[in-house]
Design a protein around this ligand. Structure first.
Ligand code: TXA
Ligand code: MG
Length: 317
């Protein structure tokens, strides 16, 4: 009989390391969102990640490392790449770099690409786990493919009905997936906006950051419809219609059980942290539509609007 509901109680870091060494998957906290981790060197473990999420195999995974030395065994770091890593690691920034020919990672991780996405998380439990494990893990966000990313352990437990062991690491600090930056021919291209913004990267390094054109999907996972709640999502709404749930930002006259505010004081960092959790709560109230207030397109607001656009995108295609 298939065993289920085994993991409604979180596991310790040491237990998680044991699961990983047995080529099983474990959900781990990071400062961005919870990740569904498996040994990046193991075909079996990586397959389990894709199967658990129902993720299309063409969508490659991010490899999480304990330190720069571990990352350098997988990817080729140019001088510029080293400078970017020095400035922002550990932290919520993923670098897409040329994969080393001798990298000991499953080909499933990169979906056959010649580049690999790497990142050093800074959540203390993720760091402890990677140090104890002594090798990298592949980890996409720990949600069924296409759904909202998990920013709390209970989101993961509920999403997989207790079938996946989870390390409890509290509410995620930034609440949005990492910024993804490709470095190729000494040019920086932003593939996914996040809490580390293009302005921050340019300010730290004095180098221009280009934006990947929408037409050419450079990050295969940047599908138009993604991060979607069950309800439909309507954007830039200052006055919700009767019957709609409302996700407010800043001052609002709307009130009631299906109104939540991303940040009553209009703080974008607070809004980012609350985004997925609030969408989840409004979705659970069984409304048909979640109306969302306009979010300023500055700083981390770009990343919030990016996720909201995908949550509201037409799901028929
Ligand atoms: O914050 C995060 O990045 C979280 C935590 C767990 O680290 N992870 C995460 O993973 O968001 P995931 O799988 O949900 O998103 C990874 C994105 C996908 O859009 C994927 O297509 C892209 O990274 N990606 C991975 N490898 C790539 C590569 N070699 N070239 C371009 N894009 C890549
Ligand atoms: Mg994801």
């Amino acid at each position: 009989m298939k065993q289920r509901h085994l993991y409604r109680i979180p596991v310790s870091v040491n237990e998680a390391v044991e699961h990983l060494n047995n080529e099983s998957v474990v959900a781990i906290p990071t400062e961005t969102v919870y990740g569904l981790a498996g040994l990046s060197a193991s075909d079996d473990a990586v397959l389990k990640i894709f199967e658990t999420k129902g993720r299309p195999r063409f969508n490659p995974l991010i490899v999480h490392c304990a330190d720069l030395a571990m990352a350098q065994e997988i990817a080729q770091f140019s001088e510029l790449a080293k400078k970017v890593a020095d400035a922002f690691w550990p932290g919520p920034l993923t670098l897409v770099l040329p994969k080393r020919d001798d990298a000991k990672i499953s080909d499933l991780v990169t979906a056959g690409l010649e580049t690999v996405a790497v990142r050093l998380p800074r959540h203390p439990l993720a760091k402890e786990l990677l140090r104890k494990l002594g090798q990298p893990v592949a980890a996409p966000s720990a949600n069924p493919s296409g759904k909202l990313s998990p920013t709390a352990a209970e989101h993961v437990i509920n999403a997989f009905d207790g079938a996946v062991p989870v390390v409890e690491g509290g509410a995620c600090e930034t609440g949005l997936e990492s910024t993804i930056l490709a470095i190729s021919n000494e040019q920086l291209t932003l593939l996914r906006p996040g809490s580390i913004t293009d302005e921050m990267i340019t300010a730290a390094l004095g180098v221009t950051v280009y934006f990947a054109s929408d037409a050419k999907i450079l990050a295969p996972g940047m599908l138009k419809s993604h991060y979607a709640p069950n309800a439909s999502v309507r954007l830039n709404v200052t006055t919700p219609q009767p019957g709609e749930a409302y996700l407010a930002f800043g001052a609002t006259n709307a009130s009631g059980p299906t109104v939540l505010n991303l940040s009553a004081v209009g703080d974008l960092d607070e809004a980012a942290k609350n985004l997925f959790g609030h969408l989840r709560k409004l979705d659970a109230s069984d409304v048909q539509t979640i109306a969302v207030a306009p979010i300023p397109e500055i700083g981390i607001g770009l990343a919030i609007n990016d996720r909201l656009k995908r949550a509201s995108a037409d799901r028929s295609s």
